[in-house]
Ligand binder design. Structure first.
Ligand code: DAH
Length: 357
């Protein structure tokens, strides 16, 4: 009788188990997997040799071999589980970041506190000047109907003066056209309507706020910009009151060296109308690029209220008269701080902004 092919099985199994025990890395484990438990393993070779045995012997040997395989495979799987766990712990450890490694004193700079923009600062200063002159401060909506932005201001549809304001339309629909206000003048209408409704005439108010025009931004134009509107409705108001108010404001805000002038102009809601200009603060009136070598900067418009506007809001123009003005807040900030380019106000360049803090 030939010796059983499994004569050495116990010893072979013991050797396999000690090889498995000696594996110290997952790479090594993968390298030897086929020779320990796979097709190239000793146990697989033994399996093949069982074919030469008698059926009874083969059955018994097969069972013995299967048990050996189960033990070896279980040891192998357990070894893999342990090595995987070690590898996971190792990578967790090596990936760990100590706060001290990433946050150095150099990185933890205290946050600089913010500050208002030049436009906000300018608006507040302008309000202060007018409040000191006896005006109250009001505001109005940035989105208006066509009626408030144009019609009530004596600018009917298709009036050629509409070309003075390149308008952003929000809705062209029925029943009313809606626009982003192109100037703060519609706030005059709201204020007069309210005063009529509440019986609170006279009015001495300024209304600052944001306006919008389809302008291409350049050194002296922004498509979203700010104006401050002024409105006085009282008894016996004349153009002289307007001119005096404008000059008093100019000196109070820009200082005694800067003066104002009114040039004849046209606005549908005032008669007579004027352009309001101040000495160029960049060249002090000498003439420079910013003032197109005129020595003067146009800030806005003004005039005596047209009776047609009083009619639109139901104020009796035989009893009341008034004046209005509207000028650029951004332009005032530009002149006061001698900015050659207004786009600096919207570009968020910290080199510019930090100079204001
Ligand atoms: N709303 C005019 C504009 O933006 C400026 C203006 C002119 C305002 C005359 C007024 C005024 O109150 O009376 O071009």
């Amino acid at each position: 009788m030939s010796p059983s092919p499994l004569a050495q099985l116990d010893q072979q199994t013991a050797e396999l188990l000690s090889t498995i025990d000696a594996l110290t890395s997952l790479d090594a484990l993968r390298d030897v997997e086929a020779t320990l438990t796979g097709k190239r393993s000793v146990l697989a070779a033994l399996q093949k040799s069982l074919g030469s045995l008698e059926p009874d012997e083969r059955r018994a040997a097969g069972a013995e071999l299967q048990e050996a395989r189960r033990v070896v495979t279980a040891a192998f799987d357990e070894r893999r589980r342990l090595l995987e766990r070690d590898a996971r712990l190792e990578s967790l450890e090596s990936d760990r970041l100590d706060l001290g490694d990433v946050v150095t004193p150099d990185v933890v700079r205290p946050l600089a506190p913010g500050h208002p923009s030049l436009v906000a600062i300018t608006q507040r200063e302008l309000e202060d000047v007018f409040v000191a002159m006896g005006f109250t401060v009001a505001d109005g909506p940035e989105v208006e109907t066509d009626w408030y932005n144009f019609e009530a201001l004596n600018i009917p549809p298709a009036h050629p003066a509409r070309g003075m304001w390149d308008t952003f339309y929000v809705d062209l629909g029925e029943p009313e056209t809606v626009v982003l206000r192109t100037h703060t003048s519609p706030s005059q209408i709201h204020l007069m309507e309210e005063a009529v409704a509440k019986g609170t005439l006279p009015i001495h108010a300024v209304m600052p706020g944001r306006c919008f025009r389809r302008d291409t931004p350049d050194a002296s134009h922004l498509y979203a910009f700010h104006q401050i509107e002024g409105l006085v409705v009282d008894r016996g108001i004349t153009f002289g009151d307007l001119a005096g108010t404008i000059e008093t404001f100019t000196r109070a805000y820009f200082g005694p060296d800067i003066t104002s002038r009114l040039r004849p102009g046209y606005f549908p809601f005032t008669e007579p109308s004027a352009e309001f200009e101040v000495t160029c603060t960049i060249c002090r009136g000498e003439g420079c690029r910013t003032c197109s070598f005129t020595g003067w900067i146009e800030l806005g418009g003004c005039g005596v209220l047209d009776p047609a506007v009083f009619d639109a809001v139901g104020i009796d123009s035989t009893q009341w008269s008034g004046f209005a003005f509207g000028f650029g807040v951004d332009r005032c900030g530009q002149m006061r701080h001698q900015l050659t380019d207004m786009r600096a106000l919207t570009e968020n360049d910290t080199r510019f902004l930090e100079q204001l803090s």
